[in-house]
Unconditional design. Sequence first.
Length: 158
Amino acid sequence: MKSLKFSLSIILLLTLAFTISSCNRGPVFEHYLKMKNTVWDRFDIKQIEIPVEKAPVNYDITVVVHCTERFQYADLPFYVILTTPSGEERMREVTVPVRENGKLILDPETGKAKVQLVLWKGLNMGDNGICKITFENMIPKIQTEGVDEIGIVVEKSK
């Protein structure tokens, strides 16, 4: 009888621990910037501010791009500049594939064009404050049609 109670206690404890740990999954921060008329102007620099309130912490930061059929290119190149709360800057030139074999890359859940790319994995935020991420379109035309929105998803590193 004691071993049955002990086994049930262990099962209950493990179930509780699993439930608590699974509640912590998912984005810590998620934000999207909608383009006016699905057009991203060449010199229209987009910025997202991420609050960092529990430093030190390590984050995985992913960019998400939604496009429409009006987007005529295979890839979307852009600059990304990350400024941490402590003032450190990190700059990257990123190229996100939007089409594969001429067809938009579709999200199977929504049926819409959606592309994700991890920008930084395990990025250490040592200070509380605001982390800024800016995006600058690098397509050499004044207007790039078909870019619906660009966004950031921030998750705690595992």
